[in-house]
Design a protein around this ligand. Sequence first.
Ligand SMILES: CC1=C(CCC(=O)O)c2cc3nc(cc4[nH]c(cc5[nH]c(cc1n2)c(C)c5CCC(=O)O)c(CCC(=O)O)c4C)C(CCC(=O)O)=C3C
Ligand SMILES: [Fe+2]
Length: 383
Amino acid sequence: MSSPIAESPDAQPKPLQEQLLLEPYDAVVVLSFGGPEGPEEVMPFLRRVTGGRGIPDSRLEEVAEHYYARGGRSPINGQTRALQEAVRGELRRRGYSTPVLVANRNSEPFLADVLRGTHDAGAERVLVVTTSAYASYSSCRQYREDIAGALAELADEGRTLVVDKIRQYATHPSFARVNIRLVTEAVRACGQPEDDKLRLVFVTHSIPNAMDDTSGPGDGEGNLYDHQHDEIAHVILDEAGITLDRNLSGALVYCSRSGRPEQPWLEPDVNDHLRRLAEDGITDVVVAPIGFVSDHMEVVHDLDTEAAETAAEVGLRMTRVPTVGTDAEFVMGLVDLVEERAAQARGERVDPIAWPGAAMPPVCAAGCCPNLRTAKPAACGKD
Ligand SMILES: CC1=C(CCC(=O)O)c2cc3nc(cc4[nH]c(cc5[nH]c(cc1n2)c(C)c5CCC(=O)O)c(CCC(=O)O)c4C)C(CCC(=O)O)=C3C
Ligand SMILES: [Fe+2]
């Protein structure tokens, strides 16, 4: 060895893996809803989703047909893997070599198996990024219950892991900014109808009214699910209007209601809303699925198929806005939140940025977005 640097052990460049840690996390897990990947997986998937929730069989059979019509395969798992790749790519660009894995609530790979695998590889502390942005039992606490359930299963095997999650990101500015850009581009491309002939239609997943009423920290006013969507819809209208120098109007509506007919869910349904707009003389709609992060079954069936049919039937021209998917700015926002959560876990001071609205806490308040049917343990919270 002739280089003096190489002769001093301390001066040896460290292998990449030692240099670039996302302390204290040993792995990042992208946790998604999951979906079937073949016809034989459809019914087991649907039973898992609705287990003990009183969803009528007729509704399950109807939803199964949406999947069978597409070869029994949901696009969601491919989209979750694409997000995994994108998050991994962005972490690598920032110099981290931390592994990025995928797990699902309702289809393989299940979270307990993924955590077992990463624990076998030496991981002790893991950070979860979920594929849902908003407050509510379905979009937040239920994932925290999944984490607690997986940790309990591993504890029975004598394994100890700590799992944290990033804060819900509906109020992280990157999420609103990307949606503003996508809607602005869609309005620009939709053929320039007069402002009073055009409506923006913001769509999210309906949930039971009782679930919305209790969404958010227990000391808040509830209805945080609806409220966060409403705020995003408003900033999109304002910002797209300013950029395009137009007077845009729109409304927040819902898709994919299920449950018993007598149980109230958030309304209006997107199809009813489109019919009403046509009656009011509207000619063009721009439909923005702001409630979803990728073009999964709810989007390709409930919007691109059903709502598109309704629009055609009543003579509305419909443009569907893409979901955030793996948009680079969205992914950078997620990785900003990964770095933010790691800094918090290290005890560093951080000022969480938020727009529109307030930052969601990385550790949920006790009783936040409660499970209204059964009390179940939930991780990443104060209860
Ligand atoms: C708030 C919310 C999100 C957004 C947040 C998040 O993304 O997590 C979401 C996402 C999704 N929902 C999905 C699918 C389904 N949701 C169902 C049923 C339900 N969803 C609910 C709420 C939500 N759901 C609720 C309150 C129910 C009633 C039963 C229950 O209380 O659990 C059912 C049962 C059949 C039916 O009745 O429709 C299915 C098949 C898929 C996968 C799509 C694919 O395969 O590509 C995704 C991403
Ligand atoms: Fe759902």
